[in-house]
Design a protein around this ligand. Structure first.
Ligand SMILES: [Zn+2]
Length: 119
């Protein structure tokens, strides 16, 4: 099994810290929370449905960001423990290229697909 070098882990740790900070800022900003549809605007039925759909999308995005933040924190914890880079399901190496793209991921690609199919 190919494991990560200390330099690779350090690079990913920095990415994770930046990612966690970015999401924390995003979630803390009022922009990220769903605003109620304004009744003052001349807004038709379709536009109102659009606005509600957008609100639903925003709250779904917010949940996704919250999940990502939890994964990033968990990944930082695994780095501290020294078991970062191993899939939490099968124990195989997740691989640096995948971690570079998604440093917060706890799973290898195969297990990730199984999780997504289940959700
Ligand atoms: Zn796996």
């Amino acid at each position: 099994m190919q494991s990560l070098s200390a330099e690779q882990v350090e690079a990913l740790r920095r990415d994770l810290l930046a990612l966690a900070e970015r999401i924390e800022t995003l979630l803390a900003s009022p922009e990220a929370s769903a605003k109620p549809v304004s009744l003052d605007e001349p807004i038709g039925r379709i536009s109102r449905m659009d606005a509600i759909a957008q609100q639903n999308m925003r709250s779904a995005q917010r949940r996704a960001e919250q999940r990502k933040l939890a994964q990033a924190r968990s990944a930082l914890h695994r780095i501290a423990q020294g078991d970062y880079g191993e899939c939490m399901d099968c124990g195989e190496s997740v691989g640096f290229s995948r971690l570079e793209a998604r440093p917060e991921t706890p799973f290898c690609l195969g297990c990730q697909r199984l999780h997504e199919a289940r959700d």
